[in-house]
Design a protein around this ligand. Structure first.
Ligand code: SF4
Length: 398
């Protein structure tokens, strides 16, 4: 176990999401720092975010030049050129022959989910490259004529007061704009589904997601602490709105929250900090595990945090298809249980009445007899008080 100091704990929206999704996944990611290949969607999101940041730093001349910069960045990221020396030693680079120039892809990115290994990594790589091109070209056309944000990709560390303790929290704002003199917090998302595809389901995420509420809490506190002085007008105390930029569709959605959401986030911070500091990292198994990059490490560490040992080899057995008509008697586990029962019968015999005898049921005569002249002493009963019989007092009539 690793000691986690309360002074060094920094919470963020993604840490909260990871801990609440599975405490063991949090432990493996943020405490043990287990190095695993990143999911292609996560890498895609990160590179798109950095391109949008560059959009305001560099003067791209056209949508095509912006898209070409993306392609170059995407190639470099996927071929492992941006990896640190340490990670270059861990991951391999595989060369794929495309007929023209070979494409190099590193194993530091998981291009296919565990359940869809049949999809070629190359197909996924080009699919995301095209998607990125479309997103960025549209973004260029939509935002080139518009004023830049007053803050972009800005990270702040602040202390938020919880109900039980104070929390050091890190928030990163994708962008903050001033519209009609009012501040708007914006968050870029590369999610597949737009809130319009499934309005009720997405509405739940948009308005309830703690990430947006945390932005709001942090923004208001930064203003109070005077840390946004000179960036936003002095008269402003809070954000006007929080917007969700759905990059795949190019649409922007407004989000809503209430005072109750702030109370909720404060208790969530308390809850997560408490769990982490008390080292409660119980694995939470479920269908979401299919998306988890820590499956192998999970098998190794789960037993330390209350997870069951999966089998004798310590590895999860591959799923085996069965038929409803199978004869269960043919199952290996039933055969081994029956053999065990047979062995037990031989060790512990059964009498005519069907009673099976175990060592603890051995008759009393088998106990070591007392030495011949030894008498069993009766325990001496001592009376502490002598009680006199109580006589009723005579009444005058008697
Ligand atoms: S495989 Fe499942 S239980 Fe294990 S760390 Fe990942 S999400 Fe948690």
């Amino acid at each position: 176990m690793v000691y986690i100091s309360p002074n060094r704990l920094r919470l963020s929206a993604s840490k909260i999401t990871t801990y609440k999704g599975c405490p063991l996944a949090y432990y493996l990611k943020y405490v043990e720092h287990v190095d695993v290949p990143s999911d292609v969607r996560t890498v895609f999101g990160k590179v798109i975010h950095s391109m949008l940041n560059d959009f305001y730093d560099k003067n791209f001349k056209s949508p095509d030049s912006f898209a070409n910069a993306w392609k170059y960045r995407w190639f470099r990221e996927c071929s492992g050129e941006t990896l640190s020396e340490k990670r270059k030693k861990i991951y391999k680079i595989i060369e794929y022959n495309t007929g023209k120039t070979p494409i190099r892809l590193g194993t530091h990115i998981r291009f296919c989910s565990q359940s869809s290994q049949e999809i070629e990594p190359l197909e996924v790589f080009f699919g995301y490259m095209k998607l990125g091109e479309n997103i960025l070209k549209r973004f260029y056309e939509d935002f080139k004529p518009r004023p830049p944000p007053i803050l972009k990709e800005s990270s702040f560390e602040l202390t938020i007061k919880g109900n039980q303790r104070e929390h050091k929290v890190i928030v990163i704002f994708d962008r903050i704009d001033l519209k009609n003199g009012l501040p708007i917090i914006g968050d870029y998302k590369t999610d597949k589904k737009s809130p319009e595809d499934n309005p009720e389901d997405k509405a739940f995420q948009l308005h309830r997601h703690p990430q947006f509420t945390l932005y709001s809490l942090a923004f208001r506190q930064l203003i109070k602490e005077g840390r946004l002085k000179g960036i936003i007008p002095d008269s402003i105390e809070k954000e006007a709105e929080i917007w969700y930029y759905h990059l795949r569709s190019g649409k922007i959605f407004q989000t809503f929250r209430s005072e109750k959401d702030f109370e909720y986030v404060t208790s969530l911070l308390d809850d997560v900090a408490d769990g982490i500091l008390c080292q409660r990292f119980t694995p939470f198994y479920g269908f979401h595990c299919s998306m988890c990059p820590y499956q192998i490490a999970c098998e190794k560490y789960s037993v330390n945090f209350g997870g069951p040992r999966i089998d004798l080899e310590g590895r999860i057995k591959p799923a085996k298809p069965i038929s409803w008509d199978d004869d269960l008697i043919e199952r290996d586990w039933i055969k081994s249980e029956l053999t065990q029962q047979e062995n037990n019968k031989q060790i512990y015999p059964i009498d005519k009445k069907g009673q099976q005898y175990f060592p603890f049921m051995a008759p009393q005569t088998n106990q070591t007899p007392l030495p011949k002249n030894q008498k069993i002493k009766k325990p001496i009963q001592k009376t502490l008080f002598k009680l006199k019989p109580y006589k009723l007092p005579k009444t005058p009539s008697q």
